[in-house]
Design a protein around this ligand. Structure first.
Ligand code: PMP
Ligand code: G9A
Length: 393
C-alpha cells in the first residue's frame, strides 16, 4: 500500500497561511448549514428510532428509491430496481469493494493516464497490475484502450475491468462525449469486460448540457456506476452509492458486511429528506453558481501569471484545472518551492500509474476564496518563472 499524496497534503495544508489548491475539497461556504438544521430536526422527529439504529447493509430503502428515480431520469435503464443500488460510506468504500471483489494479486485493470489517485491506491492495495491508457481532450483514448486489450489477450492476459471517471475527470477535467461512451461500452461487450464508472462530478456543470452516464448506454448490466453526496452536499456525511447487477451486488454486500456492516443511517435519512424536500437540486444549482466564477478566476489568473510554455484545459465542470509545464520542470521537486511561498498543489506523477505526469500539476479551484485563487496562482506563477530561469541558465 502507498500513502495518498492528497491525504498527506491535507495535513500540512491545514495551516491557514497556505493557499491550498491541493485537496479536492468542496468550499465550506457551500455547505447548506441552515437548511440542514431543519432537516436534522425532521430526521429526528420522523425517523429518530431507525436513524439512530444499525441499518440494513444495502442502505435505507427510502434513499435507495430516491436515487433510483433520479438515476432513471438520467437515462439509466428503466428495468433497474432498488436491489441494484447500495449505499456506501463514500465512493472510496465502493472503489475498495470493487478492488476486493475483482482483483487478485497481478490481475489487470485499465485506468486513465492520469487517473484518480484514490482509485489507483484502492486497486493497488489488492496488488493489481494497473495499466494506464492516455487521455486526450475527450477523456480516455478508447482506440488505444482497444489496442492494449488486444495486445494483452495475445499474451494470454485477461483484463478484469476498466476504471474511468468520464465526466469532469479527476484530475484532468475532461468530459467523454456520448459517442466515445458508446464505443467504450461496445469494447466492453466485445471483450467481455466490466466498466467501473466513477461519477462524483457529473452534476457540477458550468458550460455544457447534461451528459448521459456510460451506464445509460449499458444494455448488458456490465457497467458498475458510482456517485457520491460528497461534492453535491457534504463529504462529512460520508455518503455515496453504487449501482451494479445483482450478481455483483451480492458480492458487494458481503464486502460491506466486513467493512462496516452498514452506512450511517443518520446520514442516509438526512440525504433522503434533503432530496425529498426539493433542496438538493436547488443546492446543486447554488454550488455551480459559486464554482463557475472560481473556475474562471483561476483560469484567467493562470493566463495572467504563468510564464509561457504551459498548457491548461478550461474544465467545463468539476473542481480541477490540469496544467502541464515545460518538460524540464519536475512538479514534484518544485512543490517544496511552492510550499515555501505558501501555495500547494498535487504533482502530476501522483495520478499516473506509468510514472509519467512529471511536469503536470492538479489545481483545485472549489475550496479557495476568490481572492486566494488570484493570489495563489500569482505565487505559483512566480515560483514557476524562477524555476524556468534556473533551468534555462
Ligand atoms: N472518486 C473520485 C473521482 C473522487 O474525486 C473522489 C473524491 N475526491 C472519490 C471517488 C471519493 O469520494 P467520497 O468522498 O465519496 O469517498
Ligand atoms: O482525500 C480526500 O480528502 C478526497 C479528495 C480527493 C481529491 O483531492 O481528489
Amino acid at each position: 500500500m502507498r500513502k495518498s499524496e492528497i491525504r498527506e497534503l491535507l495535513k500540512v495544508t491545514q495551516d491557514p497561511e497556505i493557499i491550498s489548491f491541493a485537496g479536492g475539497l468542496p468550499n465550506p461556504l457551500s455547505f447548506p448549514i441552515d437548511d440542514l438544521k431543519g432537516i436534522v430536526q425532521t430526521v429526528l422527529n420522523n425517523h429518530g428510532k431507525v436513524a439512530l439504529q444499525y441499518g440494513a447493509t444495502h442502505g435505507v430503502n427510502e434513499l435507495r428509491e430516491a436515487i433510483l428515480e433520479r438515476s432513471v431520469k438520467e437515462g439509466m435503464k428503466g428495468g433497474m430496481s432498488m436491489e441494484n443500488i447500495m449505499i456506501t460510506s463514500g465512493s472510496q468504500q465502493a472503489l475498495d469493494a470493487v478492488g476486493k471483489i475483482f482483483l487478485n494479486p497481478g490481475d489487470i485493470a485499465m485506468v486513465g493516464l492520469p487517473s484518480y489517485l484514490g482509485g489507483i491506491n484502492a486497486f493497488r492495495s489488492y496488488e493489481a497490475n494497473l495499466i494506464g491508457i492516455p487521455l486526450d481532450k475527450e477523456g480516455m483514448r478508447v482506440d488505444l484502450l482497444e489496442e492494449k486489450i488486444k495486445e494483452l489477450i495475445k499474451q494470454d492476459m485477461t483484463v478484469k475491468f476498466i476504471y474511468t471517471v468520464p465526466t469532469f475527470q479527476n484530475p484532468a477535467g475532461t468530459v467523454m462525449p456520448g459517442s466515445r461512451r458508446k464505443k467504450l461500452v461496445d469494447i466492453a461487450h466485445e471483450y467481455n469486460l466490466v466498466i467501473v464508472e466513477d461519477d462524483p462530478y457529473g452534476k457540477l456543470r458550468y458550460d455544457i448540457p447534461p451528459v448521459k452516464p456510460i451506464k445509460a448506454f449499458d444494455d448488458e448490466d456490465r457497467v458498475i456506476y458510482m456517485s457520491t453526496f460528497s461534492k453535491i452536499l457534504a463529504p462529512g456525511f460520508r455518503l455515496a452509492w453504487i449501482i451494479a447487477n445483482e450478481d455483483i451486488m451480492r458480492k458487494l454486500a458481503l464486502c460491506k458486511q466486513a467493512q462496516d456492516l452498514c452506512t450511517a443511517p443518520f446520514s442516509q435519512y438526512i440525504a433522503y429528506e434533503f432530496i425529498k424536500s426539493g433542496l438538493l437540486d436547488l443546492h446543486i444549482m447554488r454550488i455551480c453558481e459559486m464554482y463557475k466564477p472560481k473556475r474562471d478566476i483561476m483560469i484567467n489568473a493562470i493566463k495572467n501569471y504563468f510564464p509561457a510554455g504551459y498548457s491548461c484545459n478550461k474544465p467545463k465542470g468539476g473542481m480541477f484545472a490540469w496544467v502541464t509545464l515545460p518538460e524540464q520542470i519536475d512538479t514534484e521537486a518544485m512543490f517544496l518551492d511552492a510550499f515555501k511561498e505558501k501555495v500547494a498543489y498535487v504533482h502530476g506523477k501522483a495520478f499516473c500509474v506509468d510514472g509519467g505526469g512529471g511536469s503536470s500539476m492538479r489545481l483545485n479551484f472549489s475550496y479557495s476564496t476568490n481572492e486566494q485563487l488570484e493570489i495563489g496562482v500569482k505565487r505559483l506563477g512566480a515560483v514557476i518563472e524562477r524555476k524556468m530561469k534556473v533551468l534555462c541558465r
